[in-house]
Ligand binder design. Sequence first.
Ligand code: GLP
Length: 260
Amino acid sequence: MEVIIKPDSDAVSKEAAQLFEDQLEKKPTSVLGLATGSTPLGLYRELVIMTHAELLDFSRAITFNLDEYVGLSGEHPMSYGSFMREHLFAHINLPAENIHVPDGLAADIAQHCADYEEAIRRCGGIDLQLLGIGSDGHIGFNEPSSSLSSRTRLKTLTPRTIADNARFFGSAAEVPRHVITMGVGTIMEARRVVVLATGASKASAVAAMVEGPIRASVPASILQMHQKCVLIIDEAAAGQLERADYYRWVYDHKPEWQRA
Ligand code: GLP
């Protein structure tokens, strides 16, 4: 795993935006896996600015979002569908028919999850998957104890994630208990993965993900097995990494041909 430590969240967003630019330049028809939460907001702002400046073109891209709350329609203001429209989709030239977000109101959730997996396969698989990390080490909504080879399915949130996400709702009581999420195995099949984390509240999850053992208790730790995973974090999120100096040294001495 490549670990890139940036001074602050702005620099994290700019570095990640560069990866998206490179990806779309190399393959305009890229299949992008997208994430929600506060962490990618700066990146989405960058992508919007770059699209308006005609540095980015989403017209042939396809997107798949990681997850959605069960019981919320894509129009509900707290749904991840609404989140994506508000922060990204409404401001870029991505055709509506190329956007995929799990349907929180699907009548047959198991079938919907199987169809979601099939749709990813039909599009040729995910080229670049964006991830944040939960304070408990979850990716997507794959909570601790998730199978490390899981596929898109229904999950029950932990009380900790409900408390973490209560800030988007009126209170913890209003946070749905169930979600649909791409599985850990689904995420691991992406050709390239970029994980973003900022702030001291993510420092212990980041350390467990990068330097701890691979275990279902920290689903993000399976990314140690991914051949093309880059973690972009700020100084605060890097606060508990034992080898932070080495990761900085690697980045500073990266051969020119290896830079994006
Ligand atoms: C939710 C999302 C995750 C996200 C996590 C962290 O649980 N399902 O995809 O990574 O929140 O969110 P934040 O970036 O707001 O800390």
